[in-house]
Design a protein around this ligand. Structure first.
Ligand SMILES: Cc1cc2nc3c(=O)[nH]c(=O)nc-3n(C[C@H](O)[C@H](O)[C@H](O)COP(=O)(O)O)c2cc1C
Length: 316
């Protein structure tokens, strides 16, 4: 017999009708997808947005590997002002819960973008992408440099009252980064960004990507991503959005059992835009079969105790 199940989640103050989001950079601004794909999503994270427009890296920028996708898009985007004027109103008018992924070259950039987004009608939150190199500090990623990460978060927190998620790159020090993000006022974490990687074109006898190095996504990275979510869920009490290689509902449930409150689908959208809808249906069936009435009962269950679940909105 069918039982009613509640799929709604709250990620750090961002309320969503279901826990399945579109990962940044893999859904564009939603314009290329039919409306029912948008409707199936709990939230949409738009592509990495910078202060000024960016042209991105030289081609080739995408390369298929046996178990994943390699990309070096290089943050091609129209800049925050065009996002605010053109893309956000359109997405918001369709009823989407929109989160803007932001990227800066300096901590000041992050603060400035956050300030421009603050109070924008229809914007539910900000995802701070700290997986890019901190040029002032020898190229170490912001997300792997606790002091730089703290400065970014201080700038962002000071200039927006929107819920802020910090998107972390994979790495051995992810627990420290997660704690720094929480201490500096992050409302949630997104775990993980792509894994640094490369490929060689044997016929051309040169690196496959124009930028030589890129980021690996897709099924190849799922076990890595799952471990990172598990570690972060032990390190912090703010909610986590898990991502990396989600193809079906079982993958999503694994992330949630490891401690993620919500999940994001990335590369799988390129192969099958119906993936989020299928994942939502699969989660609903799973809850019914497991005789659970709400998705929050799944969160962190593999740890033997309920993990971080309903997020708290920052005061003020
Ligand atoms: C083509 C492409 C572009 C991406 N662009 C961004 C981006 O702009 N900002 C960001 O934080 N992550 C970006 N990502 C990473 C994804 O949001 C996600 O973290 C990653 O793909 C892992 O999920 P998946 O294995 O389901 O694809 C991009 C990924 C792909 C494949």
């Amino acid at each position: 017999m069918d039982r009613d199940v509640w799929l709604g989640v709250n990620v750090g103050g961002i309320a969503m009708k279901n826990p399945v989001m579109a990962a940044s950079g893999t859904f564009g601004y939603g314009m290329d997808y039919p409306g029912d794909v948008l409707d199936s999503l709990g939230a949409v994270v738009v592509k990495g947005t910078t202060l000024k427009p960016r042209r991105g890296n030289p081609p080739p920028r995408i390369w298929e590997t046996p178990a994943g996708l390699l990309n070096s898009i290089g943050l091609q985007n129209p800049g925050v002002d065009v996002f605010l004027e053109e893309h956000l109103p359109c997405l918001a008018s369709k009823g989407a819960v929109v989160i803007c992924n932001i990227v800066g070259d300096t901590e000041e950039d992050y603060g400035e973008i956050a300030a421009r987004l603050d109070g924008a009608p229809g914007l539910a939150g900000i995802e701070v992408n700290v997986s890019c190199p901190n040029v002032r500090n020898g190229g170490l990623l912001f997300g792997q440099d606790p002091r730089a990460l703290a400065k970014v978060m201080q700038r962002v927190r000071a200039r927006t009252r929107l819920p802020v998620l910090v998107k972390l790159p994979p790495g051995d020090n992810i627990a420290l980064s997660a704690r720094v993000a929480q201490e500096e006022g992050a409302d949630g974490l997104s775990v993980i960004n792509s894994v640094p990687a490369m490929a060689i074109d044997v016929r051309e006898k040169r690196p496959a990507l124009g930028a030589v190095m890129g980021g690996l996504t897709g099924p190849a990275i799922k076990p890595i991503a799952l471990r990172m979510v598990w570690i972060c869920a032990d390190a912090v009490s703010i909610p986590i959005v898990g991502m990396g290689g989600i193809l079906g509902w079982e993958d999503a449930v694994e992330f949630m059992l490891a401690g993620a409150t919500a999940v994001a689908v990335g590369s799988a959208l390129f192969r099958d835009p119906e993936t989020p809808r299928k994942v939502v249906t699969g989660i609903r069936d799973y809850l019914q079969e497991e005789r659970m009435d709400s998705i929050e009962k799944v969160v962190g269950r593999a740890k033997g105790s309920p993990g971080p679940c309903a997020g708290r909105r920052r005061a003020g």
